[in-house]
Design a protein around this ligand. Structure first.
Ligand SMILES: NC(=O)c1ccc[n+]([C@@H]2O[C@H](COP(=O)([O-])OP(=O)(O)OC[C@H]3O[C@@H](n4cnc5c(N)ncnc54)[C@H](O)[C@@H]3O)[C@@H](O)[C@H]2O)c1
Ligand SMILES: [Zn+2]
Length: 361
């Protein structure tokens, strides 16, 4: 059993092949008593599994309604939030009505933000359907939406009451979405769990083919890793920052390409290669570590570079991020697998050099 400690209390993560069919019973087990429930999903995931969620809820005595948004990042905005409030009000959803996010990270972030604010907060349940959402977005309590000026600028910490991960859903992910989820998995191995890197090397074929047993094991292992880090540091005052390995340059690459052309996982695999290059240049990261992560990314079909981008724009995006956070850029670098260090003294010229190498045509 995986559990997460949040300021607002503890919540459990259930990770099983087929867990969606237990959804209703799991909600009751988490102390949710209402007679109704609302499932929020998107128009790709909904047709695949919303009916299963609704019948699982019905078996536990919930009358569930489904609110569907358009798939994709553009649904993480105020207009979609407002439409959801309208829908909840017209359905007379109450303070006790749980909101269940059934989808990838977009649905989780959006539904969580709605759950945090509708009637000053209703019970929230994460039922992630993408690999990325299972191993990352559904755990930790960050919810939110985008602003024209940047991603995830509006939001809250609003931990779920429960997380239900049905690993069988990974099987219907398009190959690119599956592969990008492995970028976060490999990241977890690099910063937190070196023995898992051996597993990822050994079982790559079965994991990419979504073997039920191997997939469930790896998702549960990663959910537990993330749960452990965020339990110790919910508000990102300390150790949680190591989860940002590869994300400084990764986020900048996403920002300059307008969020979409390059997916998050694809941006951070190149970002981790850049972090390794920075680490090598300042004598923190041994070349063998960079080489090992390179071969893992290659095995999982993840890009090492993004040729053709404007290096100056990428560096400006890094600077913009820093301005928003009001802090120096803090680089997460690897001394060895399982040994991340935080450095805020990396010379900007060195960063620029490395960025040029990552985006050069
Ligand atoms: N809150 C957090 O801590 C956190 C962490 C990481 C990422 N995020 C957010 O998560 C979002 C990215 O998440 P994502 O990669 O899951 O994107 P997503 O929600 O857009 O899902 C990717 C695509 O896969 C489809 N999909 C999802 N599950 C499927 C399934 N089982 N079968 C077939 N298709 C399926 C979706 O409809 C979508 O088209 C971003 O908005 C990011 O900011 C949040
Ligand atoms: Zn990430």
């Amino acid at each position: 059993m995986i559990s997460v400690e949040a300021r607002s209390g503890r919540y459990e993560v259930h990770c099983r092949w087929g867990a969606l069919d237990e959804l209703g019973g799991l909600l009751r087990g988490a102390g949710i008593v209402s007679a109704d429930a609302v499932v929020v999903t998107d128009d790709v995931v909904g047709p695949l599994c919303a009916a299963r969620a609704v019948s699982a809820l019905a078996r536990a005595g919930f009358e569930a309604r489904v609110h569907t948004v358009a798939a994709g990042e553009s649904s993480k905005g105020l207009r979609t939030v407002e439409a959801a409030y309208d829908r909840l009000l017209s359905w007379r959803a109450e303070r006790t009505t749980p909101l269940i996010a059934l989808g990838g990270g977009v649905v989780g972030d959006l539904a969580g933000f709605v759950a945090a604010t509708y009637l000053r907060g209703v019970p929230f349940v994460q039922a992630p359907t993408s690999l990325l959402a299972m191993v990352d977005a559904s755990i930790g309590g960050k919810v939110g939406i985008d602003h024209a000026r940047g991603k995830n600028l509006i939001g809250a910490f609003y931990p779920p009451a429960l997380v239900v991960q049905d690993t069988s859903l990974v099987a219907s992910l398009p190959p690119r979405a599956l592969r990008e989820g492995f970028a976060e998995v490999i990241k977890h191995g690099l910063i937190l769990d070196p023995p898992m890197l051996d597993v990822l090397e050994r079982d790559a074929g079965r994991l990419l083919a979504v073997d039920p047993e191997r997939t469930t094991e790896i998702v549960a292992r990663n959910a537990a890793l993330k749960a452990h880090v965020v339990s110790a540091d919910e508000r990102e005052g300390g150790r949680r920052i190591i989860l940002n390995y590869g994300h400084t340059i990764g986020h900048a690459i996403e920002a300059v390409t307008g969020y979409g052309a390059i997916r998050h996982g694809e941006a951070i695999s190149a970002g981790m290669m850049a972090a390794a290059a920075i680490g090598e240049r300042i004598g923190v990261t041994p070349p063998s570590v960079a080489e090992r992560q390179r071969s893992l990314f290659e095995r999982y079909g993840l890009p090492l570079r993004h040729p053709g981008l404007d290096a100056d724009a990428v560096c400006e995006a890094i600077a913009f991020d820093k301005k928003v956070s009001g802090k120096r850029v803090r680089w997460i670098l690897l001394e060895a697998p399982g040994h991340p260090v935080v450095r805020d003294d990396v010379p900007p010229e060195l960063v620029r050099d490395v960025v040029r190498a990552v985006v050069a045509a």
